[in-house]
Design a protein around this ligand. Structure first.
Ligand SMILES: [Zn+2]
Length: 117
């Protein structure tokens, strides 16, 4: 298991500019309601999150390295866009700021559980 971290430039590299700026604004407006983060056996990040848009949407996100050590972010979302949308960006910023910069426990649930929404 080889753990790695990612940076804001990895987020920028995985999404188009408009999606990044919209997702960053969602993160800054505290739209990330729930975020559960784990690492799988390979050290990849496995994330389940809920981000408030028009209504709360759920994301399932994987962050992993390819064979060239490029960091890839792949996220599915229950919103109409469905894949690598601004909600995935918002959750990625949330993890960057809360799990990497503050080195919180790797496994944990913060804020509201989805059942409470
Ligand atoms: Zn979405």
């Amino acid at each position: 298991m080889q753990e790695f971290n990612f940076s804001s430039s990895d987020i920028s590299d995985n999404f188009d500019t408009l999606t990044v700026s919209r997702g960053l604004r969602y993160y800054q407006q505290n739209a990330v309601l729930h975020c559960q983060v784990g690492r799988d056996r390979d050290g990849d990040w496995e994330i389940e999150s809920v981000v408030r848009g028009r209504r709360p949407y759920r994301q399932e996100i994987s962050i992993y390295q390819d064979t060239f050590h490029e960091i890839l972010i792949e996220g599915n979302c229950s919103c109409p866009v469905g894949h690598n949308c601004k909600h995935v960006v918002a959750a990625s910023y949330y993890i960057l700021h809360n799990h990497i910069k503050n080195t919180l426990p790797r496994y944990g649930i913060e804020q509201k559980a989805p059942e409470e929404l």
